[in-house]
Design a protein around this ligand. Structure first.
Ligand SMILES: [Zn+2]
Length: 307
């Protein structure tokens, strides 16, 4: 069964100024490598719809949605924090990035595909209920997961987050909602600077020290994520697929290898096949070294296709 690949041209237009690491080339280099590896034609391509206000409002107050819309500049850049800026195309890109997760959820729930990858930006996992930050405006994965819970009536969804940064936004949004299991590995200390600990059966946070490397990452996933996932038996898996823990990435020092992303994807696929009819919705988060990002994301997508 094919894997859905969802993106939108607006995701290439969002930019936050010269030299910003969260740049349009990130999604292009992933597509370029899919072409080179001759995987592109085997994906089922979709254009991301806009998320509706109702879909966003499941995880963000309407005041936040209106605030982001009100900041959208007619020209130049509008600054939310020193690293998070809006250009005239940002709002459209952010709506499409969140909408990609809604479409991906509908596609896997309909059985049309088992897995989907959303090649979108801006990323989402730092976006809290009422706070855009860390390159993120709306929490794309949370919008998808809430759609699975509210529109498709699921009662157990898991979010796996292997971005090098803590997905503080996703944890803020689902804190206390026992229908969601969040499993995260992240470098600590590092942005956003917090290490909130775990809540058994609900939030599995695995902080790793700078320089931790592949072995420590795989140990945390095997010993902490895996038993939590088996006990929870998710009906659908979301992946916050950030690739900035790669050794080549300058934004952090976790020192993972490309092969670790294939490995963790196989682990997720195994859980999805056992409990969730194979259903995985994966979405691009971080990853700033362009060659490492492309290699890692394509290794991930390749395993979604074959796993
Ligand atoms: Zn990150």
């Amino acid at each position: 069964m094919p894997v859905a690949f969802i993106t939108h041209p607006a995701c290439r237009l969002h930019q936050m100024g010269p030299g910003h690491p969260e740049q349009p080339a990130r999604i292009d280099i992933i597509e370029d490598l899919l072409h080179k590896r001759q995987l592109h034609d085997f994906l089922k391509h979709h254009e991301a719809p806009r998320a509706s206000v109702e879909q966003l409002a499941r995880v963000h107050p309407r005041s936040h949605i209106e605030y982001i819309a009100s900041l959208s500049p007619a020209e130049g850049l509008a600054r939310i924090d020193p690293d998070t800026l809006m250009c005239p195309d940002t709002l459209e890109a952010a709506l499409r990035a969140a909408g990609a997760n809604v479409l991906a959820t509908d596609l896997v729930m309909s059985g049309e595909v088992r897995r989907a990858f959303c090649n979108v930006r801006p990323p989402g996992h730092h976006a809290e209920r009422s706070q855009a930050m860390g390159f993120c405006f709306f929490n794309n994965v949370a919008v998808g997961a809430a759609h699975a819970l509210e529109a498709h009536g699921l009662s157990r969804v898991a979010v796996l987050d292997f971005d090098v940064h803590l997905g503080n936004g996703t944890e803020d949004i689902f804190k206390g909602d026992r229908r969601v299991l969040i499993c995260s590995t992240f470098q600590y200390p590092l942005y956003p600077g917090t290490n909130p600990g775990s809540v058994p059966g609900h939030i599995v946070n695995c902080p790793l020290p700078p320089g931790a490397g592949s072995e420590a990452f795989r140990k945390a996933v095997s010993e902490q994520w895996l038993p939590a996932l088996e006990a929870f038996a998710p009906q659908l898996l979301y992946i916050s697929a950030g690739f900035d823990a790669h050794a080549a990435d300058d934004l952090a020092e976790l020192r993972l290898a490309t092969a670790d992303y294939a490995w963790v994807t196989d682990l997720a696929s195994g859980i999805a096949d056992r409990f969730a009819q194979g259903r995985i919705v994966s979405t691009l988060e971080g990853g700033y070294d362009l060659p490492a990002l492309a290699a890692s994301a394509v290794a991930h997508i390749d395993r979604l296709m074959t796993g």
